[in-house]
Design a protein around this ligand. Structure first.
Ligand SMILES: NC(=O)c1ccc[n+]([C@@H]2O[C@H](COP(=O)([O-])OP(=O)(O)OC[C@H]3O[C@@H](n4cnc5c(N)ncnc54)[C@H](O)[C@@H]3O)[C@@H](O)[C@H]2O)c1
Length: 326
């Protein structure tokens, strides 16, 4: 029996990768992208989809009217929620928007899911909900680590994770949660770390790095993140959280250096700027559970994927007249 899978936030950076993959991986199912189309989205990236099994609906996950309309029209079996405000700096400027989108939004979706008897709700979350680790040391967060979010962004995501688990316990809604590390690949908004570095370097502008640049992030491709979500939908156990990482951990300054060298630019372009408020020092997650239980391992190799990513942005003439700071 064909199912209807709604991908909320399917026109965003990771949503685009997931939507293409889901259409290929589930050849019988209908795929509906539900997206508000904020500044961060790139709906043109879905223009090449020719399948009659695909449709798009513009709507807001935090609007009960939009969500009820979605359920009445599409009768979804599964929702994958990627819809979010995703930029930490913007959350520092406007926390209320992040709470509305990232916390109230999933609650509105899940309340409708309970009313309409949805069979699975997958909440896409982030490793940032765990907070950070000291720069020195080799510890990693597991799914059982306490949540200590540092920014309004990560706090709004942590609240949604807790709500998802509470909806399962209280209403019996079958939920899964994935907490992924930093992603890179095509279609990411220019304000984010890697596109900003590429844009600055291509324009010959200084490459801005917050503070010392020693902050460490773990990096995975958006395609591998999408593959991990599929593995969780297919084989994940309801009520479980799955960390999704690659083990590739780099300081911001190291990564900026790699990007500059791929672009053939000199490291002297790097400019250290005033640090981000509450800037997390080191992220590192253990992905043993998703590997052991679901057999998920990232497929993409880091350096070739980084080179492809640089080539993708360079081919689109990404450039910057006043780059954001990182
Ligand atoms: N990008 C990363 O490195 C990363 C890492 C881990 C987890 N995540 C999580 O993955 C998800 C997707 O991240 P992304 O980087 O693709 O984000 P993005 O900002 O590129 O895209 C978000 C998408 O959500 C849509 N959206 C925003 N508000 C909405 C609303 N109220 N209703 C419906 N749609 C709305 C936007 O239009 C956009 O298409 C987010 O939940 C994020 O927290 C991202």
């Amino acid at each position: 029996m064909p199912r209807t899978i709604v991908i909320a936030g399917g026109a965003g950076f990771i949503g685009i990768a997931f939507t293409h993959l889901a259409l290929e991986h589930y050849p019988e199912d209908r795929i509906v992208v539900f997206d508000k189309l904020t500044y961060a989205s790139d709906i043109r990236a879905l223009d090449d989809i020719r399948s009659s099994r695909y449709s798009f609906i513009r709507g807001d996950i935090s609007s009960p009217g939009d969500v009820e309309g979605l359920f009445r029209r599409e009768h979804p079996d599964i929702i994958v929620n990627l819809a979010a405000e995703s930029h930490v700096d913007r959350s520092i400027e406007d926390p209320a928007l992040f709470i509305r989108t990232n916390t109230e939004g999933p609650a509105v979706l899940m309340a409708a899911a309970v009313r309409h008897g949805l069979s699975r709700f997958h909440q896409v979350s982030t490793d940032e909900v765990y907070g950070d680790l000291p720069i020195e040391g080799d510890g990693s967060f597991s799914e059982d680590s306490p949540l200590r979010p540092s920014s309004p962004y990560s706090a709004s995501k942590a609240a949604a994770d807790q709500l998802a688990l509470a909806f399962m316990r209280t209403y019996g809604l079958e939920v899964t949660v994935s907490r992924c590390c930093n992603c890179f690949g095509p279609h990411q908004h220019q304000e984010k770390f890697i596109p900003t570095i590429i844009a600055s370097a291509l324009s010959g502008h200084p490459v801005p790095i917050y503070g010392s640049g020693l902050n460490v992030r773990e990096w995975i491709t958006s395609a591998d993140h999408a593959r991990a979500i599929l593995a969780i939908l297919d084989r994940g156990r309801p009520g479980e959280i799955y960390n999704t990482g690659s083990g590739v951990r780099l300081s911001n300054i190291e990564l900026a250096g790699m990007l500059l060298s791929i672009l053939g630019r000199d490291r002297s372009l790097i400019r250290h700027t005033e640090d981000r408020k509450g800037h997390d020092r080191r992220y590192s997650i253990s992905s043993e559970k998703i590997r052991q239980e679901l057999g998920f391992v990232p497929q993409d190799s880091f350096i070739p994927s980084l080179e492809k990513t640089v080539a993708w942005y360079a081919a689109r003439g990404l450039s910057s007249s006043s780059p954001d700071v990182l």
